[in-house]
Write a protein that binds this ligand. Structure first.
Ligand code: GRF
Length: 222
């Protein structure tokens, strides 16, 4: 069964492009129905249009407050009847009531090993903390910023003398593989957010799955 997906992005859209590639290669049983953005100039919108995918931009400045904007944006999302909403570089906090209406059907990719470094400047903060490892996480979205249940992560070592930019550059291709593998597990029904947490094939997930060298997500390391 093919799952309908809507992607939200605020910027460049390389994670969106990775999902698009996976769909084209029929590696993942999804059909991306639309790309929505809060930034009318986001390159992600152009990428969607080039691919023949509906691209919709709404500007927060046109709405009285966050909740009104989020209600309008997600009303547009709902028109595409998604099974899954993917936040891929979507840089706004979403109103809790709006998010709750999509519980278990909305995920986000975040460039840190959550619960470390929710929010912005994750690469700089990992360096400032003197961490030896960095990475990215995929989690179900709740009203708490980058705070919903994490079910998949990729880790990589931090090299001595690195910059935040270099770290971001090294992490990005791993993010792409992590997101594709995460969406694949959800689309195939393996990962589900149940009433008491994330389940993998019906069994509570004790710790986030890790991206393996072969691109799959499993417990622990290969
Ligand atoms: C990624 O690092 C993502 O994890 C973060 O924002 C960046 C978006 O990149 N939330 P892109 O727009 O997908 O290229």
């Amino acid at each position: 069964m093919v799952r309908d997906v809507v992607v939200l992005a605020s910027g460049r859209g390389s994670n969106f492009a990775a999902l698009l590639d996976a769909q084209r290669q029929t590696a993942v049983p999804i059909r991306i129905r639309a790309l929505l953005s809060d930034k009318p100039a986001a390159p992600a919108l152009a990428r969607a249009r080039e691919a023949g995918i509906d691209a919709v931009a709404l500007s927060a400045a046109d709405f009285p407050d966050r909740a009104a904007f989020d209600r309008a944006l997600f009303a547009r999302v709902a028109e595409f009847h998604p099974d899954l909403i993917v936040l891929a570089g979507y840089m706004r906090v979403i109103d809790t009531a709006v998010v709750d209406a999509w519980r278990a059907r909305i995920i986000n990719i975040h460039p840190s090993l959550l619960p470390k470094f929710p929010g912005l400047r994750t690469h700089a903060r990992a360096l400032e903390a003197g961490d030896s490892m960095h990475g990215a996480s995929v989690h179900f979205v709740t009203g708490e910023l980058d705070g919903g249940p994490v079910f998949a992560q990729v880790e990589m070592p931090i090299l001595a003398g690195g910059t935040p930019e270099a770290l971001a550059r090294r992490l990005l291709p791993l993010e792409h593989r992590l997101l594709v593998a995460s969406v694949d597990l959800i689309a195939r029904g393996h990962i589900v957010l149940g009433s008491s947490g994330v389940e993998l094939d019906g069994v509570p997930l004790a710790a986030p799955l890790r991206l393996q060298i072969d691109g799959s997500l499993r417990s622990g390391f290969s």
